[in-house]
Design a protein. Structure first.
Length: 94
């Protein structure tokens, strides 16, 4: 593995112990997807080309696909979609 590859994989994030008080900690798929989204979010502002247009993706944003997450965890896209809605909804869901 080259030096550039090593540098790209040295990022980290902190998880507060209080996460275990959150209801998602008792639902393994919910917690796994949450950690996936956090760990794959942009650490810095990034420019991408989408539909032949340059777009700025802000720090902390995630660009990915439900299919990619579903494949990673061997879940259906519907399950991943439902769980992701939880994280974008202003009201709590079960």
């Amino acid at each position: 593995m080259g030096r550039k590859a090593l540098i790209d994989h040295r990022g980290y994030f902190l998880i507060w112990r209080k996460i275990w008080d959150n209801p998602i900690s008792r639902k393994p798929n919910y917690l796994a997807i949450f950690l996936y989204l956090v760990s794959h979010a942009n650490a810095a502002k990034k420019s991408i080309i989408w539909n032949n247009q340059k777009m700025e993706i802000p720090r902390g944003s995630f660009v990915g696909s439900l299919s990619e997450i579903a494949r990673h965890f061997e879940l259906s896209k519907g399950t991943v979609h439902y769980i992701c809605l939880l994280y974008t909804s202003p009201s709590p869901r079960d």
